[in-house]
Design a protein around this ligand. Structure first.
Ligand code: UDP
Length: 376
């Protein structure tokens, strides 16, 4: 039995590793880009040596022990813990919302308990206690009230998704914790970091097995007819495209990156600065050297690489970054998932599963699918 895995992102690469090292059978990984790793891909900027995450910042973080134990067999992580700042109306605040954010916006020195009381009062004013939030805006104002929502969530979200927050699923905002302490971490997860020698090295080690063949610059379309009829196809591309979008297209959100090398030691003092307001077209600026403070020579050098992230509409054939998990798309996805099941094709990864997963969720899912559907 041979396995063909379409797509070498983190889900596909973990699956390839498991099949080759546990089942000890051949795996062909088919990748349309000229590199493996999907959107986790990072490479060093030739002029400055700074390692740049080519599809936006990827910070590994998890609370799933099994995932941490698995990945640390393939890489060591540095001790980076993600922190994000946000610019609003000419001032800089902490994101996600914590006690420092609340105190700065309200110009107070609330204690945690006073801040909790304030959020409760704001929430009562903004949203009926007995009602259930139906969309992202209602969910956010029911948690933090209007002033914080309007400052840090409303316009950022509209830029990010190209839709008003009332037209977005509430689940998106569940990703952000709300804190009434001075915890400055972006993620709650105990295990965090950036691969010590980079994402490219991590993927090279995952795929380093004589049973694994990687075919770069190759689309599924181009290779389809070569796949033997008894091979198993595991597909991590867009599920609708697999079936020529016969029931219609799934919706996605895309991104555009604008890169710049700046002759300064430190451009913004942190790895990610969000821009909350509608008058700035980008949502954030990434400054990659901050992910590796341990690379002291590069860190201290007089150059830095930054990248402005602009959300953009997804058009057919473009790069899909975010699924839009509303009711219409979820129902449509289910039709394609049923077609895949019928055809004996296993779907996986953020694109194939149509899920807004972080890296750790993709790894956890690949390990689960391997155990239940491949090894089992
Ligand atoms: N969000 C926001 N303001 C911010 C950061 C995030 O309103 O400063 C909202 C926005 O709707 C976004 C969601 O929270 O899509 C999830 O943010 P996260 O940082 O998890 O998004 P990602 O890094 O996956 O793009």
């Amino acid at each position: 039995m041979t396995y063909f895995i379409i797509g070498s992102g983190i889900w596909g690469s973990v699956m390839a590793e498991r099949i080759a090292s546990v089942l000890r059978v051949p795996v062909v990984v088919v990748e349309r880009r000229n590199h493996v790793g999907g959107n986790c891909h990072a490479s060093r900027d030739a002029a400055t040596g700074i390692e740049c995450h080519r599809y936006g910042s990827h910070i590994f973080h998890t609370k799933i022990r099994e995932v941490w134990d698995y990945l640390t067999k393939f890489t060591r992580f540095n001790s980076y813990r993600h922190k994000v700042l946000i610019r609003h109306a000419g001032r800089t605040y902490v994101m996600p919302i914590n006690l420092a954010t609340i105190n700065a916006l309200y110009q107070k020195n609330f204690t945690p308990e006073e801040a909790q009381n304030l959020l409760q009062e704001e929430s009562n004013r903004a949203f009926p206690a007995e009602a259930r939030p139906q969309n992202l805006e209602e969910k956010a104002v029911s948690q933090i009230g209007r002033p914080l929502y309007e400052a840090f969530i409303r316009d950022y979200t509209a830029k990010q998704w190209g839709r008003a927050p009332v037209d977005l699923p509430a689940s998106i905002i569940n990703r952000l914790p709300i804190r009434t302490s001075y915890n400055f971490d972006y993620f709650d997860d105990p295990w965090q970091g950036i691969p010590w020698d980079g994402y490219a090295a991590l993927f090279a080690r995952l795929l380093d097995n004589t049973l694994i063949t990687v075919r770069l610059n190759t689309s599924y379309e181009a290779i389809k007819t070569e796949i033997p009829s008894d091979a198993t196809v595991i597909y991590t591309g867009q599920a609708d495209a697999l079936f020529d979008c016969v029931h219609g297209e799934l919706e996605w959100r895309s991104l555009r990156f604008e890169w710049e090398t700046v002759n300064q030691r430190d451009y913004q003092g942190t790895s990610v600065m969000n821009y909350a307001d509608a008058d700035v077209a980008y949502t954030r600026i990434h400054e990659f050297k901050h992910y590796h403070p341990e690379r002291t020579e590069i860190f201290e050098s007089g150059h830095t690489v930054i990248c402005r992230e602009y959300p953009s509409a997804w058009t057919s054939g473009g790069e899909a970054y975010y699924p839009l998990n509303d009711a219409r798309n979820t129902a449509l996805y289910e039709r394609y998932a049923a077609m895949a099941q019928e055809a004996g094709i296993i779907l996986g990864g953020r694109l194939g599963a149509y899920r807004y997963w972080d890296m750790d969720k993709a790894v956890a899912d690949a390990l689960r699918v391997f155990e239940t559907r491949i090894a089992g």
